[in-house]
Design a protein around this ligand. Structure first.
Ligand SMILES: NCCC[C@H](NC(=O)CCC(=O)O)C(=O)O
Length: 446
């Protein structure tokens, strides 16, 4: 039986908001303080999951995290009952409170790095949650992410879970957003590309000068060791620091790979000709490797960042062709739309495009690819996954009803002072752990 790639999409949490927390992420900064619509956000995400399922792809659901993170507020000196902690934090530092309310765990491309069993020496699928230590609100994620991964992939015979890397900038790790895998077929040994923004220890390597490089070389090296990656399955490349300074805060804002196709901007990598040659030399497959470089003359970095063209998902369909799952913003951008039409009619495996309205997530800098974590699994491994986290028609109905029942359609700054938002959110998540059969994964359930 053949292996499949499962996309685990982050279900948007009930407190999704725009707090402007991600310096270096243009969308996050420019939408700060505007009000959000969590209900629309979760339904937009569910509609994408359902569409993937309807195409015959295998789709999973990744639960949100419990917010606000009251424990971290207590660590920071706010005392009393939960409602008091919230009202004190709101008065003292509303931005801090919003960070503790962030639904950023929705971007599951940053949840973890995953290495399929065909690439690892012990033949297991390896998972390491990303420490996300470059941003305070995201640094709150790894412990719960690991707990969720263990509840989803709960079988030691097939799955190996590692503790996240040390919580320190030297080992800054942003997960699969800086990781892609090239292979003839999902079940075959692949070449895993690890794209780092800078090195912590080697000062000879260039760095961006304005915005932070969130992924370090040393973090990527540690993941390769932890995952027992075959040496022929790993290639480490540096992202072009000049584009990080233009808002390309993760590699998946400038490149996307799937099977034997790598679609990237011509400014994606440092010393790009050399980087692409290394990829060609290291590719293990027998099929033609298609590297499609998009020239600046056709799509500028600014257009790439505002449209999120490269944050499209690239998925293989049963007919052997590939579909580009793009954000609506690509359709709205004339230049990018023209390029996509050219791409799908050219001689390469990508021959279709579908656009999705993911505006609520996009306004925080998260497109289709940010919202999913890819896990390639053979049939035995797939059978060992917690079946309740897989999307079916009835699971979709159940989750839509759940979201409509619990989510608000407007959140603005003053709402974060209201302790009933905490109660409502935790009640929703408590119910969700039953729908997805996750057990007691949240701190408030322990
Ligand atoms: N892969 C996409 C990640 C987007 C995410 N945005 C945020 O966290 C914005 C949150 C805010 O500003 O409220 C980030 O930058 O890590």
């Amino acid at each position: 039986m053949t292996a499949v790639e499962v996309n685990f999409d982050g279900l948007v949490g009930p407190t999704h908001n725009y707090a402007g927390l991600s310096y270096g992420n243009v969308a996050s900064l420019s939408n700060a303080a505007s009000y959000s619509n969590p209900k629309e956000a979760v339904l937009q995400g569910l509609a994408k999951m359902k569409a993937m399922h309807d195409l015959g792809l295998t789709q999973g659901v990744f639960a949100p995290h419990a917010r606000p993170d009251v424990n971290v507020l207590r660590r920071l000196g706010f005392t009393g009952k939960d409602s008091e902690v919230i009202s004190k934090a709101f008065k003292a530092d509303p931005v801090l409170l919003r960070a503790c309310y962030s639904a950023s765990a929705m971007w599951t491309a940053n949840a973890a790095t995953v290495s399929p069993s065909a690439d690892t020496l012990d033949g297991k699928v390896h998972f390491t949650a990303a420490n996300l230590n470059n941003k305070f609100h995201r640094s709150l994620e790894p412990t719960t992410t690991t707990r969720l991964l263990k509840a989803m992939f709960n079988n030691d015979s097939y799955f190996s879970h590692h503790e996240h890397l040390p919580d320190q900038g030297f080992f800054g790790d942003e997960g699969a957003a800086n990781h892609t895998r090239l292979t003839d077929a999902h079940g075959k040994q692949g070449l895993e590309l690890f794209v780092f923004g800078a090195s912590s220890f080697n000062s000879a390597l260039p760095k961006p000068s304005k915005f932070p490089a969130r992924q370090t070389l040393e973090a990527s090296q540690a993941i390769c060791r932890l995952h027992q990656l075959k040496s022929s399955s790993q290639l480490l490349l540096q992202q072009n620091p000049a584009v990080i300074d233009q808002g390309v805060f993760h590699n998946d804002v400038i490149a996307v790979g799937n099977a034997n196709v790598l679609l990237c901007h011509e400014q994606a990598f440092l010393n790009q000709d050399n980087a692409l040659q290394q990829i060609k030399n290291a590719y293990l497959g027998e099929k033609t490797l298609h590297i499609i470089e998009v020239p600046t003359a056709k799509v500028s970095i600014e257009d790439a960042v505002t449209s999120y063209l490269f944050n499209s998902q690239l998925v293989s369909l049963d007919n052997g062709k590939m579909l580009l799952v793009a954000p609506q913003e690509c359709h709205n951008n004339g230049v990018v739309n023209t390029y996509i039409n050219e791409l799908i009619s050219a001689d390469n495996p990508i021959n279709q495009v579908q656009f999705f309205d993911l505006k609520q997530s996009m306004q925080n800098g998260g497109g289709p690819a940010c919202l999913r974590l890819r896990v390639a699994l053979n049939q035995q491994e797939l059978a060992a996954v917690n079946p309740d986290v897989m999307l079916t028609d009835s699971k979709y109905q159940q989750l839509s009803l759940w979201a409509n029942k619990h989510y608000r359609d407007k959140l603005s700054n003053d709402d974060f002072a209201d302790p009933s938002l905490l109660l409502e959110s935790w009640q929703a998540l408590d119910e969700l752990t039953q729908i997805l059969n996750l057990g007691s994964v949240y701190p408030f359930q322990q």
